[in-house]
Design a protein around this ligand. Structure first.
Ligand SMILES: [Mg+2]
Length: 215
């Protein structure tokens, strides 16, 4: 199978990246800024709390080398899937520099070949357009069924659903500390994942089931 992942809030909690940015801003501009940033409801409010020019703090937020690591469950799942011969990929929306730094910090190159890493700024279109998914299909012909694993019903599953992929999402509240926290049931059919899991570990059971190993 070709199993493609979303990055933020799917392979690691995006709040870890946000907090890493706050620590970087505090190291640069003063440690006293950290408590108010951590207490803020969202990054915008956190940036405002510093009283610094927005462009300075947003620049650090986007360009810093994040202090984040792959949760053990993600590490376990990616290792198992790679070792059992599945092809792994990544489709993520965001800026090239920001997403590249995250990918580097998480060590994803161990599991995913560079030509199957799709970042919207580099692709030229966001994931809903389908271009990133089609590129992956062109590069992996004959390697089996396609699966996309994501967390955000607002945009993650529309294009892969249209292309006939199996889509896997998290039940509301699943996957721990999630920024999106959207319930697939609140979205129209085309936005919903075809399979819902509680956490990434369940993906292994789904893959086994799909391949009839567990019957
Ligand atoms: Mg996400």
């Amino acid at each position: 199978m070709v199993i493609v992942f979303d990055l933020d809030d799917t392979l690691y909690p995006e709040m870890e990246f946000v907090r890493s940015a706050y620590r970087t801003i505090a190291r640069r501009y003063g440690r006293g800024l950290l408590p108010a940033m951590l207490a803020a409801a969202d990054p915008r409010e956190a940036f405002d709390s510093t009283g610094l020019p927005a462009s300075d703090v947003i620049g650090l937020y986007r360009n810093h080398n994040p202090d984040i690591r792959l949760p053990w469950m993600s590490l376990y799942v990616l290792s198992c899937l790679a070792r059992t011969g599945h092809t792994l990929g990544l489709v993520t929306d965001g800026r090239s520099v920001t997403q590249r730094h995250k990918i580097e910090a998480l060590g994803l190159a161990r599991f995913i070949s560079p030509d199957l890493i799709m970042i919207s700024e580099e692709v030229g279109e966001e994931k809903v357009s389908g271009r990133a998914f089609r590129s992956i299909m062109n590069r992996t012909e004959g390697r089996g069924a396609y699966v996309y694993v994501g967390d955000n019903p607002a945009k993650d599953f529309i294009a892969p659903n249209r292309l006939g992929w199996t889509t896997v999402g998290f039940r509301r509240g699943g996957n721990g500390e999630n920024i999106t926290q959207a319930d697939p049931a609140d979205f129209p059919e085309e936005n919903r994942p075809s399979v819902e899991i509680e956490n990434l570990g369940e993906l292994l059971r789904f893959v086994d089931f799909y391949e009839f190993k567990n019957w």
